[in-house]
Design a protein around this ligand. Structure first.
Ligand SMILES: [Cu+2]
Length: 400
C-alpha cells in the first residue's frame, strides 16, 4: 500500500538505495524542484555511512572505497554478534518510568540516523529529514522508513524468529484512525510481522554477504595496516592511556586501553560499551569508535571501525542559526553505545597477521574520533555477555 502512495521519482530513488546504497537524483523531478536545498546538490550522490553532516559528496574516484566501506559496515551489523543479541541491533528496552532521557539505541538506529542527516538540511535548524520534528515533510521519509523496515525484516529472517518475547513490548498499544475514521487501538504484537500487515518483502541475498567482496576489503585493509606499521618506527605516537575515572570531553581524539576481563567463549558475545554519553539532542552529533590490538610501537592506523554514535537533531535548536555546531549547548541528553565486536576482533586477527604478536592479549586499543558536535563520555568498558537463546518461534506471536 505504501508503494502506491509514493511518487515515481521517490520509488526510483528507493530502489537504487536498496541495491547499491546509491542515489542518483534527477534535478528535474517534482520533488527536487520543490526543495531549494535539494536543487543545490550535485546531480549524482552516493550514500556513505561515514557521512557527517556537511561533508562533501564523495568524488567519482572515491566511489569504490565508499561502497566497500558501506558493505563492510552492513556485514558487521548483520554478523553473528548482532544476530545473537537483538538488543545490539534493535536497542535496549525503554520502559515507562525510565525517565526517557537515557538512550540505548541499537545498530539499526545508526543506519537510520545517518540517512536522516544525509538527506536533510546541513544548517541549523536542519529542516526536513535532518530534524525529527520536520522529517515526515519530505516524501523520502516514507521510502527511507520502508527500507529500515526491510533491513529489520532481513535481520529477522536471518535469525529465524522474532527479537523479543517481552509481554510489556508485545502488548504496548498505539491509537490510529482506520479507513472509516474510527479510532482503533493496535498492539505491537498485531503488527510485528509484515505478513500481519498484508505484505512481504522479497528476500534477496544481500550484496554485503558477498564473501569475495569481504575478502577483498580485508586484504586492502591488511596492506594499508602493514604499510602503516612499517612506517611506525619513525612515527611512534604516544601510547594509549587508561580512560580514567572522570568523564571526558570528546573535543579531541581519545585513545585508551580497554580490558578484556572474561575469556572469549562460544556462549558469550563481546560487547564494547561507551558509557554515559552526554549531548544536546537538538544538535547533530557524530563520533566513531575504532578498535585495534596494542603493539610495541604506536602508529596512525586506528584499527577497524567498530561503530558510530550519530544523533539527528530533535526540535528547533536554540543555538547559532546557520551554524552546524552549537557551542553553547546544554548536554542534558544521555546515551550509551553498545557495539558487538566479536566479528571486528576476528577481522583484526586476519589483518594483523604477520605484524608481530600483540603485546597484551587481554587489552585492546580503543579510539574515539569526534566528528561533529559537543559530547562528553563517562567511560569505556568491554563486557562478555551470555547469549540468551529463545526457544519460541514467531508463529506464536500470531496466535496470542
Ligand atoms: Cu526516521
Amino acid at each position: 500500500m505504501v508503494r502506491r502512495m509514493l511518487p515515481a521519482s521517490i520509488l526510483a530513488r528507493r530502489q537504487i538505495l536498496e541495491r547499491e546504497l546509491e542515489i542518483i537524483n534527477n534535478n528535474d523531478s517534482a520533488l527536487v524542484r520543490g526543495n531549494p536545498y535539494l536543487i543545490n546538490r550535485p546531480p549524482t550522490w552516493l550514500t556513505t555511512y561515514r557521512y557527517t553532516l556537511g561533508d562533501d559528496n564523495p568524488t567519482k574516484d572515491q566511489y569504490a572505497d565508499v561502497v566497500a566501506h558501506n558493505r563492510n559496515r552492513l556485514r558487521h551489523i548483520f554478523s553473528e554478534d548482532y544476530l545473537v543479541q537483538p538488543d545490539l541491533f534493535m536497542g535496549m528496552p525503554v520502559r515507562a518510568g525510565d525517565g526517557g532521557v537515557f538512550k540505548r539505541s541499537g545498530a539499526l538506529e545508526l543506519l537510520h540516523n545517518v540517512i536522516h542527516n544525509w538527506t536533510g538540511e546541513v544548517i541549523s535548524p536542519y529542516l526536513d529529514m535532518g530534524n525529527f520534528r520536520t522529517a515526515a515533510r519530505d516524501p523520502i521519509f516514507f521510502g527511507h522508513h520502508a527500507n529500515i523496515d526491510r533491513l529489520w525484516d532481513i535481520y529477522r529472517n536471518k535469525r529465524g524468529k522474532v527479537e523479543f518475547r517481552d509481554r510489556d513490548w508485545l502488548d504496548a498499544s498505539f491509537l490510529f484512525y482506520d479507513e472509516n475514521r474510527q479510532l482503533v487501538k493496535c498492539k505491537v504484537r498485531q503488527g510485528l510481522l509484515p505478513k500481519q500487515l498484508g505484505y512481504e518483502y522479497k528476500y534477496e541475498d544481500p550484496t554485503w554477504e558477498n564473501v569475495g567482496d569481504a575478502r577483498n576489503f580485508l586484504s586492502l585493509r591488511k596492506a594499508s595496516v602493514h604499510r602503516e606499521r612499517a612506517r611506525a618506527a619513525n612515527n611512534n605516537l604516544s601510547p594509549p592511556t587508561e580512560f580514567g575515572s572522570e568523564p571526558r570531553a570528546l573535543d579531541t581524539t581519545i585513545r585508551v586501553l580497554g580490558h578484556i576481563t572474561t575469556p572469549f567463549s562460544p556462549t558469550n558475545t563481546t560487547v564494547l560499551i561507551v558509557e554515559d554519553i552526554k549531548f544536546d539532542h537538538q544538535s547533530p552529533i557524530r563520533f566513531d569508535v575504532y578498535v585495534t590490538k596494542p603493539t610495541e610501537s604506536h602508529h596512525a592506523d586506528l584499527g577497524e571501525l567498530a561503530g558510530s554514535f550519530v544523533n539527528v537533531p530533535h526540535g528547533i535548536a536554540h543555538g547559532v542559526a546557520g551554524h552546524p555546531r552549537n557551542t553553547n549547548a546544554v548536554l542534558h541528553k544521555r546515551a550509551e553505545l553498545r557495539l558487538g565486536i566479536g566479528h571486528v576482533l576476528k577481522d583484526l586477527e586476519h589483518i594483523l597477521e604477520g605484524t608481530g604478536p600483540s603485546v597484551d592479549d587481554d587489552k585492546l586499543v580503543i579510539t574515539l574520533v569526534p566528528r561533529l558536535g559537543q559530547v562528553t563520555v563517562g567511560g569505556i568498558r568491554i563486557e562478555s555477555i551470555p547469549i540468551t537463546y529463545d526457544a519460541d518461534d514467531e508463529e506464536s506471536i500470531d496466535r496470542e
